[in-house]
Ligand binder design. Structure first.
Ligand SMILES: [Zn+2]
Ligand SMILES: [Zn+2]
Length: 276
């Protein structure tokens, strides 16, 4: 199972030489195994992923959305394969009504006054479905289990099993080790790689730097590391970096996380890892 990060930033994209090592694109992650492909979220990182896929058509992918905040959908209008009639996309929206919800959000963001080209200009075959918590999705070698996460307006985490390995995509979640729900902890237990929201420092979260971030839907680097240790994950990728954090701050936050869980590292754009 190959994992590649295409967008690791949260909230809004950032650019500049001081964020270039970590990367400024918003959430997008690719999992590939035996020619089958999962894409998690359609943040601005999706554009470059599309450009890479378009080189070897036909493109076939299953896209799984954690939720529909703009940093998780804004890359979709720029996803090249969606314009190709040979592409086949299966798109899972979050929750029991995810099918309708996702379709309307992707349609609305491409309508006036937001965008010049409508969703109907995309010629790919698109099959919209719902990612219902705890209802398993089987596709190719992947066995995917969606689960609920605490986040304003809700969010879905995804647990993936393939090739004897376990992976969890768990972004946009506000939790501490103390508030970790059993249902979430059980999904993260013993995973080989855990991608977890770690947007804030503790000082930012508590309001010692800027306004308090409690209730904004994100976790701290320290809580992410404490959770990774408690659930027995093998590796932790700190994810959904704050757009205001430059490379050195993100590296410092990873260093701080390693004091709690040594196998912590920041998710980096274009980083590729192989499980197995
Ligand atoms: Zn987000
Ligand atoms: Zn969000």
């Amino acid at each position: 199972m190959h994992v590649r990060f295409w967008g690791v930033r949260g909230s809004v994209a950032s650019s500049g030489s001081n964020v270039a090592k970590i990367g400024g694109n918003t959430s997008c992650l690719e999992l590939e195994s035996h020619g089958h492909r999962l894409i998690f979220d359609a943040g601005t990182g999706l554009r470059a992923l599309g450009d890479s896929l378009i080189k070897s058509p036909p493109v076939k992918a299953t896209m799984l959305f954690s939720h529909l905040h703009w940093d998780h959908v804004q890359g979709f209008p720029f996803f090249g394969p969606a314009f190709m009639p040979t592409s086949e996309l299966t798109l899972y929206g979050p929750g029991a009504d995810g099918e309708q919800l996702l379709q309307s959000v992707l349609k609305n963001q491409m309508e006036p006054p937001n965008f010049p080209v409508p969703l109907t200009a995309m010629r790919a075959r698109m099959d919209f479905r719902s990612a219902v918590p705890n209802r398993v999705i089987e596709t190719g070698p992947f066995r995917v289990t969606p689960f609920e996460l605490p986040h304003p307006q809700g969010c879905i985490g995804y647990h993936v099993e393939a090739d004897g390995f376990r992976f969890a995509y768990c972004t946009d979640v506000e939790m501490t080790l103390e508030s970790l729900r059993t249902e979430v902890g059980d999904r993260l237990a013993g995973v080989d790689a855990l991608v977890l929201d770690a947007q804030y420092t503790r000082d930012e979260y508590e309001g010692r730097v800027g306004p308090p971030k409690k209730g904004w839907g994100h976790s701290t680097n320290v809580d992410a590391a404490r959770i990774a240790k408690a659930v027995g994950a093998q590796r932790l990728f700190l994810f959904h970096h704050d757009p205001g954090h430059v490379d050195t701050q993100v590296e410092d936050m990873a260093e701080e996380a390693r004091a709690y869980f040594p196998m912590s590292e920041p998710a980096r754009e274009n980083k590729h890892i192989t499980l197995g």
